[in-house]
Ligand binder design. Structure first.
Ligand code: PEP
Ligand code: CO
Length: 479
């Protein structure tokens, strides 16, 4: 070979290596490229060596979700964005490791399945269910510290960072491993019960209605259950395919806040259809960016821009419409339908002011998103007893106004995002059971935000179902 040819070849190889180096040194996305950006709500660990050991172990552990499941959810959310299905996302504000137990998991699955049954009946379209569970362990906080019994302590940041007990507030890396194992155990039990008789929807009348203290709700639910049961029996008799109804897809989600954890569980795996290698967050199916961490040039947005999972973005009053369009371009450059769920959370008094501008901005951007209403986070108030609560009326009003505004602007509200539990807690006031402020101490359990209890959650589903029924008859409004 001629020496000049050899030199040319050598230079080319050098150039290739340089290109690859610049790609890894900051320009190209990788599961760790967020590390060069500003991390909002960062957690500071004293023992970095221990943190590294924990992260190495997490990188070694197997995925908890698969590309097939994640793709399946993406396809279902594309249908939601096009108005062909409705999204129900719900669960605890802060899931505790302690909730990883038979009864709390069963109660949560049960309430979500019952609500989805009611919503399917009301909207006459399938319901996609995503639980805020099996990983919803991290919390952003407005203040890094709080005063307890006159003493300043670090705020509780969720079970995967520190403990709720004031003596356990120091961030502990071992809790990240705790998060993995509690997620895995919760997911395992969810999959187990969904593959057993627990989830049989063929006979809605078999659902246990004992919990309904309120006779109005009980009769409404009973009547829906009877009608559904009749319809399903009819389908069976005429030989129609009821597999759509009996087939239970159930997905998990959490806020993607603690990026070292998310990074360690992000794996390069083949797309189940094309075999092309892609990056999947295998700790869950769906993750969202919180309202406090969605800065365009921040670490969270960088991380979220490279993963295949469907993602959510919380969208509150401080989101500028122009910023929203740019954000969507960054996290979804190919404008894939339903890849992004915008979870709006303004409060019932501010939704009229901010939602229209956000709808217009998204329309102009050319993105087709899932619009979900989170009627919880803009409606938190202080009860006279000092605890945080939410009024059922404000929650329902924000959903109702969101339905109306979307319709006025030529869009559809595609879903709801709720903080709720299948247990009979007393954290939010109102609902058909008329829970009052003085009832709150009876069973106030939450370690973060107040959740709708079992009955209040069913009430919300019934009101939305009835809204759809009335809309079919030509009138609108939730109440
Ligand atoms: C949450 O969903 O619990 C939460 C903290 O919400 P946001 O980011 O909308 O405040
Ligand atoms: Co919350």
């Amino acid at each position: 070979m001629d020496p000049s040819e050899l030199q040319e070849m050598f230079d080319k190889v050098e150039l290739d290596i340089e290109d690859r180096n610049t790609e890894t040194s900051g320009n190209k996305w990788s599961p760790s490229s967020w590390r060069s950006k500003k991390v909002t709500q960062d957690v500071i660990y004293d023992d970095k060596e221990e943190l590294d050991k924990v992260l190495a172990k997490l990188r070694h552990l197997p995925p908890m979700t698969s590309p097939r499941e994640i793709k399946n959810l993406r396809e279902q959310l594309a249908d939601v964005a096009l108005g062909k299905s409705f999204l129900l996302q719900g669960g605890d504000c802060a899931e505790l490791f302690d909730y990883c137990s038979k009864v709390p998991i069963e109660n949560k699955i049960k309430i979500i399945l019952q609500m989805s049954l009611i919503l399917t009946w009301g909207a006459r379209i399938p319901v996609v269910r995503i639980a805020r569970m099996a990983g919803q362990y991290a919390k952003p906080r407005s203040k890094p510290t709080e005063i307890i019994d006159g003493k300043e302590v670090l705020s509780f940041r969720g079970d995967n960072v520190n403990g709720f007990d004031p003596s356990e507030r120091k961030p502990d890396p071992q809790r990240l491993l705790g998060a993995y194992f509690h997620s895995a155990a919760s997911m395992n039990y969810v999959r187990t019960i969904l593959h057993s008789d627990f989830a049989v929807l063929h006979d809605p009348t078999a659902w246990d209605l004992q919990h309904f203290r309120n006779s109005h709700t009980r009769e409404e639910y009973q009547s829906i259950a009877n009608r559904l049961s009749d319809a399903l029996n009819y389908m069976k008799v005429v030989g129609a395919d009821a597999s759509q109804i009996s087939n239970i897809d159930f997905f998990t989600s959490h806020e993607g806040l603690i990026l070292p954890y998310e990074e360690a569980l992000t794996r390069e795996l083949p797309d189940p259809d094309t075999q092309e290698l892609k990056w999947y967050n295998t700790s869950t199916h769906f993750i969202w960016i919180g309202d406090r961490t969605r800065q365009i040039d921040g670490a969270h947005v960088e991380y979220f821009s490279g993963i295949e999972n469907p993602i959510g973005i919380k969208c509150g009053p401080s989101m500028e419409p122009e910023e929203l369009g740019r954000l969507l371009d960054i996290v979804n450059p190919n404008k894939e339908i339903g890849k992004v769920t915008l979870i709006t959370r303004y409060g019932c008094n501010l939704v009229d002011k901010y939602l229209p501008g956000h709808i217009k901005a998204v329309k102009e951007s050319g993105h087709v998103v899932v619009w979900a209403c989170d009627p919880m986070h803009g409606n938190t108030e202080q009860s006279s007893s000092g605890v945080k609560t939410r009024n059922f009326r404000s929650i329902v009003e924000e959903i109702s106004r969101s339905f109306r505004i979307h319709q006025e602007y030529g869009r559809t509200l595609n879903g709801v995002h709720l903080e709720m539990t299948g247990d009979s807690v007393t954290e939010c006031v109102g609902g058909f059971m008329e829970l009052e402020h003085h009832h709150l101490p009876q069973n106030y359990q939450t370690s973060c935000d107040p959740r709708l209890n079992y009955e209040q959650s069913l009430d919300v589903a019934l009101l939305i179902a009835k809204y759809h029924e009335r809309k079919r008859r030509g009138s609108i409004g939730l109440m």
